[in-house]
Design a protein around this ligand. Structure first.
Ligand SMILES: [Zn+2]
Ligand SMILES: [Zn+2]
Length: 302
């Protein structure tokens, strides 16, 4: 991934003739803002005979207030879809083709799979877990509609996959995103982010439910999940599961009780937030505390 570059840099205006493969187009166009940028350029080109458009004028067209975020996504489109030339930005031939294809629906047809039962039970009610993939999102619930897991993944990655392969891929992406988010790196654009464990004070139905939140100011990516996500990628918790012959990375992300069962979680302090979580397997338990940045500590009372 290219770091954001200075937009005054002059580019080469020679258009490459190679066709972009749809998988690559999907990845580059995974953010709706990028699609908006291509469409805006295409509109201006139609009006002006493919005259370049300056950075500020283009940003006004797309109507994005955050200049840094706009610059980041524009840079992600550069070379393949957009060229930086004297006087501003212009669509490449590939960019023109992609916009034409989007208008024709080629890149926006979303595959869907399922719903189908998985080889897994809901930890809450023990009915079978059910997965569906539609509109670019993989969602797992149970037959009684308990929400278990949800993750977006681009349609191109699911081209020839079965439903359970799509679920595994979504879980892999989720684990990687959690690891990167907790390490302070945006899972999508790799700029610094601040992971936070937060307690929603308005959630009083069953007591407050703490959650992990990572939000990127640069690209707008967001990661939202239960505080148990922090334990999913923790080496001490992983070792505890291995000792009990249940490798954590071979289980679905919703199966460990610490992810789905609120009874294993209690808020110890709110300022700063500290959350106690009990991990139990067979007759043994491991008591850990998660701090306000998502770091997991083993408690002394084990
Ligand atoms: Zn259920
Ligand atoms: Zn980001």
């Amino acid at each position: 991934m290219r770091p954001p570059a200075d937009d005054t840099e002059q580019g080469d205006d020679s258009d490459e003739s190679t066709r972009i493969d749809p998988a690559e187009a999907f990845a580059a166009l995974s953010d709706p803002l990028r699609v908006d940028i291509l469409r805006a350029l295409s509109t201006v080109h139609r009006e002006s005979g493919r005259e370049p458009v300056g950075f500020a004028a283009l940003r006004r067209r797309v109507d994005v207030r955050d200049s840094g975020r706009f610059r980041y996504h524009l840079n992600e489109l550069r070379d393949h879809f957009v060229r930086n030339v004297e006087g501003g930005y212009r669509l490449t031939n590939t960019g023109l083709e992609v916009v034409a294809a989007m208008i024709a629906g080629t890149y926006t047809d979303r595959a869907s799979l399922g719903p189908g039962a998985l080889d897994s039970d809901c930890p809450v009610c023990h009915s079978p877990a059910v997965a569906v993939y539609e509109n670019g999102r993989c969602t797992v619930t149970c037959e009684r509609d308990h929400p278990l897991f949800g993750w977006t993944l681009p349609p191109a990655t699911t081209a020839d996959a079965t439903l359970s392969e799509v679920v595994s891929l979504a879980e892999l992406f989720a684990r990687q995103a959690i690891e990167r988010g907790l390490a302070g790196v945006c899972p999508k654009c790799s700029t610094p982010v601040d992971p936070a464990v937060v307690v929603d004070p308005d959630d009083t139905t069953d007591g407050p439910t703490p959650g992990l939140r990572v939000a990127c100011d640069t690209c707008g990516a967001r990661l939202v999940g239960p505080v148990g996500f922090c334990l999913l990628v923790d080496p001490v918790v992983a070792a505890f599961y291995r000792r009990h012959d249940r490798p954590l990375d071979e289980r679905h992300v919703w199966e460990p009780a610490f992810v789905t069962d609120d009874d294993t979680v209690s808020v110890a302090e709110t300022d700063p937030v500290r959350v106690d979580v009990t991990v139990s397997l067979d007759d043994e338990s491991l008591a850990v505390t998660v701090d306000d940045e998502g770091t997991v500590f083993v408690r002394d009372d084990n």
